[in-house]
Design a protein around this ligand. Sequence first.
Ligand code: XUL
Ligand code: CO
Length: 437
Amino acid sequence: MSEYFKGIKQIEYVGKGSKEQLAFHYYNPKEIIGGKSMEDHLRFSVAYWHTFTAEGRDMFGVESAHREWNKYTDPLDKALARADAAFEFMSKLGVKYFCFHDRDLVDEQETLRETNKLLDKVVEHIKGKMKESGIKLLWGTANLFAHPRFMQGAATTCDADVYAYASAQVKKALEITKELNGENYVFWGGREGYETLLNTNMELELNNLAKFMHMAVEYAKEIGFTGQFLIEPKPKEPTKHQYDFDVANSYAFLQKYNLDKYFKFNIEANHATLAGHTFQHELRYARINNLLGSIDANMGDLLLGWDTDQFPTNVYENVLAMYEILKNGGIAPGGLNFDAHVRRPSYEDIDLFYAHIAGMDAFALGLKIAHKIIEDKVLEDFIEKRYNSFKEGIGKKIVEGTTNLKELEDYVIDKKVSLPKSGRQEYLENIINQYIF
Ligand code: XUL
Ligand code: CO
């Protein structure tokens, strides 16, 4: 078997002082933070599509990277080589999870039957690799957006044959996710949205989408797949308006169609910002509704405004994200999946290591700092006091739902209502800086 990443040894923790860059400066997998190892807190995962399948093509140019493992013309040879490279990479990096779309593993063939046959062979091979390395599958999904048949959606298409094809793809993706003991299954809306309402029956499309998800839940029960179902919201791109806009909007959809007990959310930082939210907002909204399932750890570029899927090297953002994860009691059975790709000019194989190391170190820092902020109750004490007026008197009655508009009017009618306490935003931002730097 070929070695693809020659000259790269196991990536180890060397600590902050070292100048070695093929090493971790903050991510120390076995280090205990708040009673749990960093590795168990963070549950890092490598995204098969960005790291092993894609090669740096963008809207304006062809592939900039040429990966040795993708050079084969025979589809089985290529798929097996890609899997070998993936497991060599993940083992050297020390990441314990990966995620895939069905079409990342193998190229699509003439018929679904042929593609599925090829998939079975590769899944068997991957199963062996997983056993050998101890690397596990965080989640599987189906690619229902790349092939032109899905140009107008998959579960929200205008064409019943396309809908059937997408359903069959999900059936198979569920089977292979179960076969590989996947801990979750993700639905990202891909092209489930519209370009113009002039040609769109929105009601039918949303009803069909809900039926699609119900069928997946049913089939999972039938085959004994017990992983967590996740929806990954994104407001736009590739479609102008995606149906799974953000957590709040998708939660309304889940509730309307009685799907809320089966789904949680896979929240992606760059999707949050495209929706006009902070990453922390989406995490918080999911967390307080007990819907925080997993994370696509990346970041966007605020000046570009599209889904740039960059490695999450912004420590400040990661502190706030880890704050939500810790307050959630952890992220398992979800994890932190690097749905991120190297910049097109970073085309050498070694850049794949530098990029993941950068994301892992920045999230390790986020974990350590967020843990301290929570331990010292920096925000908790402040927030607790900020809402003191709801603990007694009329405030208590409001919280308990034992008052009414008439009583509230009586309460204030002759009262001189003073200003609420200062929000102290800058004071708090300064304290957070003191924890970070
Ligand atoms: C696309 C995206 C996907 C999903 C899986 O923006 O994030 O890669 O994570 O389909
Ligand atoms: Co994603």
